[in-house]
Design a protein around this ligand. Structure first.
Ligand code: TYD
Length: 133
């Protein structure tokens, strides 16, 4: 599976907007968890881990963030700069989240509950796992 952008339908009127992430193309798994991250200093980065099984959809609910995804072979950079575009992250990507604009809040839909055993916290362990198929 490849990481990819997802278009998030936004319903706007003069009273604001509603963005919807649901079903099929826009949500390739049944979420078991939602969490959000904010208050990240501009010069800080987060992530620096990979997951064995976890699938995620990441949204910049406000602000913007750069997400670097490394599948062990190639590194791709994705930019989320509003709620109209989300990022689908399949298992097996080492991720780094950086360049958070001030007041950015990201929301994450996840396919599983939090489980530390699903994490690779060391890059070399992740690479070894990728290389051994
Ligand atoms: P982590 O996934 O490493 O976040 P980031 O990559 O953004 O730095 O999680 C940071 C800490 O928060 C870690 O100690 C585990 C805890 N945590 C939970 O308890 N539940 C969760 O759902 C998540 C995402 C993290």
């Amino acid at each position: 599976m490849e990481a990819r952008y997802l278009q998030v339908p936004i319903l706007s009127d003069r009273f604001g907007f509603i963005g919807v992430v649901e079903g099929g193309e826009n949500l390739p798994f049944a979420p078991k968890r939602f969490y959000f991250i904010g208050g990240v200093p501009e010069d800080a980065s987060r992530g620096s881990h990979a997951h064995r099984e976890l699938q995620q959809v990441i949204l910049a609910l406000s602000g913007s963030v750069v997400i670097e995804l490394d599948n062990g072979d190639t590194v791709r950079e994705f930019v989320l700069d509003g709620p109209h575009t989300a990022l689908y992250v399949p298992p097996g990507y080492w991720r780094t989240l950086r360049s958070f604009a001030p007041n950015t809040v990201i929301g994450v839909l996840a396919s599983k509950e939090y489980d530390e055993a699903d994490y690779f916290r060391a890059y070399q362990d992740f690479l070894k796992w990728k290389r051994n198929g």
